[in-house]
Design a protein around this ligand. Structure first.
Ligand code: F6R
Ligand code: MG
Ligand code: MG
Length: 364
């Protein structure tokens, strides 16, 4: 059976600043979809990561389908009304346009979608990150799909020995989608050369070279490219099919043990280590640290199993302590150097005005 998974996420309001959505808000989004779903979707799940709400749909309408996108948009609009009623902070923050125009991409919410023929057993993982941007998934995907230091299947499994094809997008190019396809292992150094720059080059898809099947779909939206000004960080989502000719769940999860430094954190303007957290976790220290959740499912005839919260395991407590230490160490240098993002990536315009004012005071 051919199905489509659509994972669509937005920040439409939260409690105590940009920390976590309210239960009533999650319920409202859920109730809206429950009321409308029969016509369109086979199944759905809703969860939160930091201040964002993510909706996972299974359906048979293909990727980029306007009815599915409208359902998500309308659910977020219903949620925004609730967020306003409750007085939540940043109500409707990520809904950048007033009206739906056929595709939710480019309107604010992050979207990851994949259409495929269901395998007999179809395990996959939904990743949602907050207080960071789509480049945050570059390193974990590179390591999980192209490096035998994390993905032992590359040397142990005959189904994976041909490696994977990476589609990498130039997200600074805003006229249309501009991407390159590169193959691991032979193009590894070229892939690494691009992925070095997480703010410009972002992995959008990965395919098995054994059977051409798509393993990964990641969101590539950059909000400041849509709005032209700061409206929040781009908080990405990603779908990863696992097992068989794809890496095992544990191989895909393994790189999150690093707590690598990503862009985001306070005011979307700092670097911070990515902390793997439990589903529904909010943000806290310095509006962060940047966090990622991972929900594992199987889908069968379009119906989802219950979720397994992949980072809810004693092993990740140990990782979280390390990541907290890394966050504290970088925060000790405040605004200086590597702690804050380069000028071009600062998400608040205030410093631009400040620099203009100071410029006129320079003497030579
Ligand atoms: C980062 C984020 C927060 C806010 C910060 C200030 O993605 O959401 O760090 O940037 O709390 O928020 P405002 O400007 O809404 O007061
Ligand atoms: Mg927010
Ligand atoms: Mg967010």
């Amino acid at each position: 059976m051919k199905i489509t998974l659509s994972l669509i996420k937005a920040d439409i309001g939260s409690i105590g600043g940009h920390l976590r959505p309210s239960k009533a808000l999650l319920d409202t989004v859920g109730e809206y979809i429950e009321g409308e779903k029969d016509k369109l979707v086979i199944d759905y799940r809703i969860g939160s990561t930091g201040d964002d709400i993510a909706i996972l749909f299974s359906h048979q309408k293909g990727t980029g389908n306007s009815e599915i996108h409208k359902l998500a948009w309308d659910a977020f609009m219903a949620g925004t009304a609730k967020a306003k009623e409750e007085g939540l902070y940043g109500a409707g923050q990520d809904l950048l346009k007033n009206a739906f125009s056929g595709n939710i991409k480019g309107l604010g919410p992050a979207v990851a979608e994949m259409e495929f023929e269901e395998r007999e057993n179809e395990p996959f993982i939904c990743f949602c990150a907050d207080k960071t941007d789509p480049g945050a998934f570059n390193l974990p995907l590179y390591l999980g799909f192209a490096d035998p230091m994390h993905c032992s299947g590359l040397i142990l499994s005959p189904k994976m020995s041909k490696g994977f094809k990476f589609e990498i997008m130039d997200v600074e190019y805003t006229k249309n989608d501009r991407f390159i396809e590169l193959n691991a292992p032979e193009d590894l150094y070229d892939i690494a050369a691009l992925l070095r720059d997480n703010e410009r080059f972002v992995i959008s898809k990965i395919y098995s070279r054994e059977n051409g099947e798509q393993a990964v779909a990641a969101s590539t939206t950059r909000l400041h490219n849509i709005a032209g000004t700061y409206t929040g960080k781009d908080d990405p989502v990603m779908l990863v099919r696992v097992q068989g000719s794809f890496p095992a769940a544990g191989e895909v999860l393994s790189p999150y043990s690093i707590g690598h430094y990503v862009a985001g954190f306070m005011r979307g303007s700092h670097n911070g280590p990515l902390m793997p957290v439990k589903a529904g976790c909010g943000t806290s220290f310095f509006d962060g640290p940047p966090i990622v959740t991972a929900a594992g499912y199987c889908v069968h005839n379009g119906k989802f199993t219950e979720a397994v919260d992949c980072f809810d395991h004693p092993y990740w407590d140990h990782v979280r302590r390390k990541v907290a230490r890394k966050a504290t160490e970088l925060r000790e240098q405040g605004f200086s150097g590597a702690a804050m993002l380069p000028y071009s990536e600062l998400e608040y315009g205030g410093i631009v005005d400040k620099m203009k004012r100071l410029e006129s005071k320079f003497k030579s």
